[in-house]
Design a protein around this ligand. Sequence first.
Ligand SMILES: Cc1ncc(C[n+]2csc(CCOP(=O)(O)OP(=O)(O)O)c2C)c(N)n1
Ligand code: SF4
Ligand SMILES: [Mg+2]
Length: 287
Amino acid sequence: MMATLAELSEPAHTITWCNGCGDFSILASLKTALSKLSIDPHDTVVVSGIGCSGKLPHFIKTYGYEGLHGRSLPAASAIKLANHSLTVIDVGGDGDGYGIGMGHFIHTCRRNIDMTYIVHNNQIYGLTTGQTSPTSEKGFKTKSTPEGVLEVPVNPIALAVSAGATFVARGFSGNLPHFTDLIMQGIRHKGFAVIDVLQPCVTFNKLNTYEYFMKKVYKLDPSNHNPRDKMAALVKAEEWAEKIPIGVFYVEERPTYEDGLPQLAAGPLVKRDNSKIEIASILEEFE
Ligand SMILES: Cc1ncc(C[n+]2csc(CCOP(=O)(O)OP(=O)(O)O)c2C)c(N)n1
Ligand code: SF4
Ligand SMILES: [Mg+2]
């Protein structure tokens, strides 16, 4: 059943993002992608951590789960393994996924569970009113770094490629059609798809603005970038100066984690008859 955009909209919850926030475009792109792919909302779960980005599951009429800050990927992984017929989308922030959740990010990349991870990369902590995040640029002055950030930022694209993610892309929330297409490709991809999205935080990040990105972003051209070439993907991932590439950096076909679990071959675990499973003797071992 194809869900219309209206059916995917959640009128019960007032959207609390600031006017002009890039999160609106990400929500619109996700709804458009799900609708175009004819994915039934009943078969979709949107999972998040905590942050402005983490509020997204409240604003879309699919199943949703808002968990702990930095811990959304383990929750999403568990949901997918319990019912691998679901489409699982994880959304989060740069602080959420590349800071406190960095360990989970790396291990989920190498695990290659078939789900899509969209990181709203606004290069700042939005919800907590403007502190430095792991992707904040060196020298950037925020509430938590009034003299400027001393560290170099993490490079999410290079990290995802080298950690073993099998689909790695970057979008820009100022280009909806392009970003929507990336989400559709990520969902169609069989394996763990990481999509970092440049998302201006209009309230707290006065450096990485729409104007900043409009001047810099350009689309990767498949005629001179082969996304199946890992070294080429890493070279492109290093490009972050006058020009910033968006598009698909890397794609690889590799068996998923689910493919390695014979227990899943007979269908999703949640749909199996477990009435005859005798667990009393197992529990006795722990007494
Ligand atoms: C364990 C834990 N540590 C810290 C916080 C406080 N906290 C909430 S959101 C957040 C950072 C938000 O930044 P980001 O993940 O980039 O999301 P954004 O709001 O920018 O979308 C922090 C530090 C928390 N809720 N839980
Ligand atoms: S604080 Fe920033 S990221 Fe959060 S809703 Fe406002 S503009 Fe968006
Ligand atoms: Mg952020």
